[in-house]
Design a protein around this ligand. Structure first.
Ligand SMILES: NC(=O)c1ccc[n+]([C@@H]2O[C@H](COP(=O)([O-])OP(=O)(O)OC[C@H]3O[C@@H](n4cnc5c(N)ncnc54)[C@H](O)[C@@H]3O)[C@@H](O)[C@H]2O)c1
Length: 290
C-alpha cells in the first residue's frame, strides 16, 4: 500500500519520535497536529535535530534529510488531517481525552483510514466505541525513543477488523519496526503488564530490606543485560506515572499488581524522581565545597 498522507496527533515525546520515523521511512506527507503551538515548534526543532544527527552519523545524505523535513507539516488545525490514510494518536494517557480525539478523527477521516492509538494500556475497545467505525480503530504502542526502539505492540480491540490489523502490520514494517499482536484488549497489554510485575517485585525487595536500590539496579543490569535498573527507570518515568499505571493494573488484574506502600508514600511526599530532583536517587547537584 502506498501512503500519500499520514497523521500524527499530539506532538509530545512520542508523537515527535513517531513523526520523525514516518517522515524518514515513507514518502508520505506527514501532518502533525497539536493543540499547543509552542509544542509544535518544539517538536519541529527536535525533528530537525534528529535529522541533523542522522546526517552527522552518515545515516542520511543532507538532501535526503531535507526531503524528510519538507514532508512534515506542523499544525493546530485538525482539518489538515483530511485525506490521511493512517493516523496515529499520541495525546496524554487519558481515556476521556482519547475518546474525544477519536470522535473528531472519525468525522474527519475517510472510512478506509486506519485510526491507531499509541496508548500504553488504555482499552482500545473503549476508545473505539467513541467512533462510528470501531473496526478501523487499533492500538499501535510504540516505545520510547520511537526512532530507536524496534517494537510496536499492535492491539486488537473488540471490533477491530482483520483488514485493519493487516494494514497496521504492513505500516509498522514500512517504518522498520517489528510487531507483536495482542489478541485480547486487556489492561496493560503484554509489555506494560510484564514490566509492572517486575517493578512490583523490585519494590518488595527494597521494602523488605533484601538489598539497596542501587544494588538491585546493579543486579538487574548485569544479570539481565537491562540498560537501566528498575529504580533508575522509575525515577526517569516519574513515580506518579508508575503509580497510576500500577493502579489501573491492580484494578484490572487484582492483588499481584497492588502498588507498594513505599511507592505511594514517595508520591505523596512529592519524591517523583528526576523531575522533582529526587526519587530513589538524588538529582540535586551538590554545592561545590570550598
Ligand atoms: N512517554 C513514554 O515513554 C511513552 C511510551 C509509550 C507510549 N506512551 C503513550 O503515548 C501517549 C503520549 O505520551 P507522551 O509521553 O508523548 O505525552 P506528552 O505529554 O509528551 O505529549 C502529549 C501531547 O499531546 C498534546 N495534546 C493534548 N491534547 C491534545 C488534543 N486534544 N489534540 C492534539 N494534541 C493534544 C499535548 O499538547 C502534548 O504535546 C500516551 O498515551 C502515553 O501513555 C508514552
Amino acid at each position: 500500500m502506498s501512503y500519500q498522507k499520514l497523521g500524527i496527533v499530539g506532538s509530545g515525546l512520542m508523537g515527535t519520535g513517531i513523526a520523525f520515523v514516518a517522515a524518514s521511512r515513507t514518502e508520505a506527507e506527514t501532518v502533525v497536529v497539536d493543540v499547543a503551538e509552542e509544542l509544535l515548534k518544539k517538536s519541529r526543532a527536535s525533528i530537525e535535530g534528529l535529522a541533523a544527527r542522522a546526517v552527522e552519523k552518515g545515516q542520511a545524505k543532507q538532501e535526503e534529510a531535507g526531503e524528510w523535513l519538507k514532508r512534515l507539516r506542523f499544525t493546530a488545525n485538525y482539518g489538515d488531517l483530511e485525506g490521511a490514510s493512517f493516523v496515529i494518536e499520541a495525546v496524554p494517557e487519558d481515556l476521556a481525552l482519547k475518546r474525544r480525539v477519536f470522535a473528531d478523527l472519525d468525522r474527519l477521516c475517510s472510512e478506509q483510514a486506519v485510526l491507531a492509538s499509541n496508548t500504553t494500556g488504555l482499552p482500545i475497545t473503549q476508545i473505539a466505541s467513541a467512533t462510528r467505525h470501531p473496526e478501523r480503530v487499533i492500538g499501535a504502542h510504540f516505545f520510547n525513543p520511537a526512532p530507536v526502539m524496534k517494537l510496536v505492540e499492535i492491539v486488537r480491540g473488540y471490533a477491530t477488523s482483520e483488514e485493519t490489523i493487516q494494514k497496521t502490520k504492513e505500516f509498522c514494517s514500512r517504518l522498520g519496526k517489528e510487531t507483536i499482536l495482542v489478541e485480547k484488549d486487556y489492561t496493560g497489554f503484554v509489555t506494560t503488564r510484564i514490566y509492572n510485575g517486575y517493578l512490583v517485585e523490585a519494590l518488595h525487595c527494597l521494602e523488605e530490606g533484601i538489598a539497596s536500590a542501587s544494588d538491585i539496579d546493579k543486579a538487574c543490569k548485569l544479570a539481565y543485560n537491562h540498560p537501566m535498573g528498575p529504580f533508575e527507570l522509575m525515577d526517569l518515568v516519574g513515580l506518579e506515572t508508575v503509580l497510576s499505571a500500577m493502579e489501573s493494573l491492580h484494578a484490572a488484574h487484582g492483588e499481584r499488581f497492588r502498588p507498594s506502600l513505599l511507592l505511594r508514600q514517595m508520591v505523596a511526599a512529592g519524591r517523583l524522581g528526576r523531575k522533582s530532583g529526587s526519587g530513589f536517587y538524588s538529582y540535586v547537584k551538590k554545592e561545590k565545597s570550598a
